[in-house]
Design a protein around this ligand. Structure first.
Ligand SMILES: [Mn+2]
Length: 379
């Protein structure tokens, strides 16, 4: 009898997301994300994965381009030995007009089309319970999340938010208590795009695999999937990177640099050091920080344009401060002095860091205005 099952757990690929912020690169990034699914199915065939779990939001919506949909179906049809289980997430929730209602998915594909249901694969000694979204929001499954107490390997495939108290979430909430009481051997979770380690509550292991390939600057760093074995009451799973390139927020201190070309070299040096030889392939949001000599403003548009010749995607923002003593300025009996004094009062009464940063920006842009140097697109 099978005492373990070899799985690959992924979720939240969001195939078909528009990614319009990437402008000219949006279409190629969409193609890369589709390609990452093929990479995943190649891992399945190459490593003899018995069960491929997709824990929701495979698609970004139910209106998926038919060519992309065909490619997805073909990718699963190409791994007939692997059982594929797909749950529908809040983005690709199950409905009569969703791609999951099509009747031409290959026989190895099992789509969960209920809020909660179970599937059995007796020859693998495997039971899978799954939960799919039937709309954009969904109450949790609570006490229904329960595996029979038997010798089968019991796996839960669940798209939803992990919460402290299941009454608080709108996205099919599940609590650690629910997991602890569930009796499953592994809970494969989807919805949060950052991977968690494989955690344990009671006898049940659980993890978010996160998205296999990022699609925004809120999803920085390496992305991937979990692969390995699920046994009765334990797992042996490892995180495998699948991202084709990464999103990175990077701060570059340009204190004491006074030309745009020196700033550009500093940026390249920083990226090379942090991300190694392949650094040009990533997507960067770069913040210039530090103090600049009074009167010098880095030309972010020019810097961006030059960086774009080498980097796949880059956006540069100026967060530097002029190297001036603001408290001395505030004592000045001039309109400028009064402005600085008033702004410092505002800054000191701010209740949050975000608010403080906004007023600080206003202060420095205001100071530049006194010198007549503010351009329309100040950032
Ligand atoms: Mn989701």
């Amino acid at each position: 009898m099978n005492d373990r099952i070899k799985i690959l757990h992924c979720a939240d690929l969001h195939i078909g997301a528009e990614l319009s912020f990437l402008k000219n690169n949006a279409a190629s990034r969409q193609a890369e994300i589709l390609n990452t699914l093929k990479k995943i199915t190649r891992i399945c065939s190459g490593q003899g994965i018995e069960l491929l779990i997709i824990a929701g939001d495979l698609f970004d919506s139910n209106h998926i381009d038919s060519a992309a949909l065909t490619e997805v179906k073909n990718a699963f049809a190409a791994i007939p030995e692997t059982i594929v289980v797909i749950s529908a997430g809040n983005h690709d929730y199950f409905a009569v007009d969703s791609p999951y209602s099509d009747d031409d998915w290959s026989p190895n594909v099992n789509i969960i089309f209920k809020k909660y249901t179970s599937l059995e694969f007796p020859d693998k000694n495997l039971r899978i319970c799954g939960s799919s979204f039937l709309g954009s929001y969904q109450d949790g499954c609570g006490k229904a999340i329960k595996a029979p107490d038997d010798n089968m390997i019991n796996i839960l495939v669940y798209h939803g938010e992990l919460v402290k108290d299941e009454k608080t979430g709108r996205y099919n909430p599940i609590s650690v208590k629910d997991i602890e009481n569930s009796g499953f051997d592994y809970c494969a979770l989807g919805h949060f795009h950052g991977a968690t380690p494989v955690l344990k509550a009671g006898m049940t292991s659980y993890a978010y695999s996160g998205t296999p390939d990022g699609s925004g600057f809120d999803e920085c760093g390496k992305k991937g999937v979990y692969t390995g074995y699920v046994y009765k009451h334990r797992t042996e799973l490892a995180f495998v990177e699948t991202s084709s390139r990464t999103f990175e927020n990077v701060s570059v201190d340009i204190t004491s640099l006074t030309t745009n070309s020196k700033i550009i070299s500093r940026i390249y040096d920083t990226l090379k050091e942090k991300y190694g030889e392949g650094y040009t392939e990533n997507l960067y949001r770069i913040s210039l920080t530090g103090k600049t000599p009074d009167g010098f403003i880095p030309a972010v548009n020019q810097i961006s344009a030059e960086l774009e010749e080498k980097l796949f995607y880059v956006k540069v923002a100026n967060r530097t401060r002029p190297d001036i003593d603001i408290n001395i300025l505030a004592q000045d009996f001039s309109l400028k002095g009064i402005f600085v004094k008033k702004m410092l009062e505002k800054i000191n009464s701010c209740s949050s860091d975000d608010e403080k940063e906004q007023y600080e920006n206003a202060l420095y842009i205001g100071l530049k205005a006194f010198d007549g140097e503010v351009s329309f697109y100040e950032n």
